[in-house]
Design a protein around this ligand. Structure first.
Ligand code: RNT
Ligand code: ZN
Length: 424
């Protein structure tokens, strides 16, 4: 940025700031708060949830990445390089979320139940070099032992035991991340288990899932290093009629077992919204984790955009003082656009939504509600929609040494020409 642009940016910032100050909002303080909020950026946007196993398997489990945009990362080194690029366009210091299929095993086949911390040593080294935290997920899909969407709830004990071993191994990898990086790792367990058609037994699978999970979580791991989350779902492709790990199942399970519930914004019926669930969940849980995604007609995992629901989620986090309670992670995978752009767009939107929530007169609006002044509540909420958020956002990006406004697009294009297009 040249001097003139810098000057214009800061004078626009000063003017915008005054608009917010009229409402008693301390903009500089908001930017300080924002700087400390970590988003867990999902590595799997970078290769369409393929992973790098020696016997690479097709994506299964009732989820799908559609599109065939050129240049996807073919190995962990390329994925880290792509992440470096995306992270250079996203303001703040964040975490990267890995799945077990991103292990590095030197071309040797290591089955999931045999995975060890050493298979993630390169990731840890990279995270250390870049001041990043790491989160983790057992990969309980895309595997021959998950072929029929039955894993931890399978009637076959051998299958269940295999995945129990994998989940325990994953928690130990999470513990290793936490110890090495000095930031607690969140290890999140999601399984695809369910039935395409009307079940003859709904209880049996849930009972088996409960037993499997109890075994997995009976292995003690210090919560300072690793926190365990479980993610519910409503349906998947090929599991349209019944999902074993439903919302009720996991809400009850986490409460009994003191785990972290994880809410994915694509995992509910279309008129349900996660923003409305957070206040209820935080009243009864110390921590609540999120997979921020964007369902379009179904759990489609579109790139997160700056829409009303995203802003509403951010408001709930900020105005309820839940910044240290809600663990924000992203979960989407679009293979039809540049993958680095996909990371950048979704992450910047999440951060921008948090900024917008920090710049709303939340206390005043709450008072209007309590006073029964719904007219002014609505009127003011609407007026704030066109307050000069963009000027504050641009200044925040410049302050954090990342491109301002749409400037980042050029950088992605350049990277596409110089790096991605050479991956044939
Ligand atoms: C699937 C879940 C799950 C996955 C990732 C890859 O519906 O949302 O979180 O998307 O683990
Ligand atoms: Zn998810």
């Amino acid at each position: 940025m040249n001097i003139k642009e810098k000057y214009e940016l800061s004078s626009r910032y000063e003017t915008a700031k005054k608009d917010y100050e009229k409402w008693g909002i301390d903009v500089d303080k908001a930017l300080d708060i924002l700087k400390d909020i970590k988003i867990s950026i999902h590595c799997w946007q970078g290769d369409d949830v393929t992973g790098f196993e020696a016997n690479n398997q097709e994506l299964s489990g009732g989820i799908a990445a559609t599109g065939n945009y050129p240049g996807k990362a073919r190995n962990a080194e390329e994925l880290r390089k792509d992440l470096d690029k995306a992270l250079s366009l996203i303001p703040g210091k964040h975490k990267v979320n890995l799945h077990a299929i991103y292990a590095e095993t030197d071309g040797k086949f290591v089955d999931r139940d045999e995975l060890k911390p050493e298979h993630f040593a390169n990731w840890v080294k990279w995270a250390k070099e870049n001041g990043l935290g790491l989160d983790f997920n057992p990969t309980i899909f895309s595997h021959e032992k998950a072929a029929d969407n039955l894993t931890l709830s399978s009637p076959n004990k051998e299958i269940r035991d295999f995945w129990i071993r994998h989940a325990i191994a994953s928690r130990k990898i999470g513990e290793y991340f936490g110890k090495e990086l000095g930031q607690t790792c969140l290890t999140n367990l999601w399984i695809p288990d369910g039935y395409k058609d009307i079940p003859a037994d709904r209880l049996g699978p849930r009972k088996r899932l409960k037993d499997s999970l109890e075994e997995i979580f009976s292995v003690e791991i210090d919560k300072k290093y690793n926190l365990d989350a479980v993610e519910s779902k409503v349906f998947g492709i090929g599991a349209e009629s019944y999902t074993v790990g439903s919302s009720e199942f996991y809400i009850n399970f986490v409460n009994k077992n003191n785990l972290v519930p994880l809410l994915d914004t694509g995992h509910y019926h279309p008129t349900e919204v996660v923003s409305d669930k957070l206040s209820a969940m935080t009243l009864f849980n110390d921590k609540v984790a999120l997979h921020v995604s964007r369902p379009v007609r179904w759990d489609s995992d579109h790139v997160v955009i700056f829409d009303d629901e995203l802003k509403e989620i951010a408001k709930e986090i900020v105005r309820n003082d839940s910044l240290d309670k809600i663990i924000i992670g992203l979960d989407y995978f679009d293979a039809s656009i540049n993958r680095i752009a996909a990371w950048t767009i979704g992450s910047r939107n999440m951060i921008k939504a948090l900024l917008s929530a920090l710049l709303i007169p939340n206390d005043y609006l709450r008072k209007l509600q309590d006073d029964g002044n719904f007219t002014e509540r609505l009127a003011l909420m609407e007026e704030f929609k066109t307050y000069p958020l963009g000027d504050i956002w641009n200044y925040y990006c410049a302050k954090n040494n990342v491109p301002v406004g749409e400037e980042w697009i050029k950088e992605v294009k350049k990277y596409e020409e110089e790096v991605l297009n050479n991956r044939k």
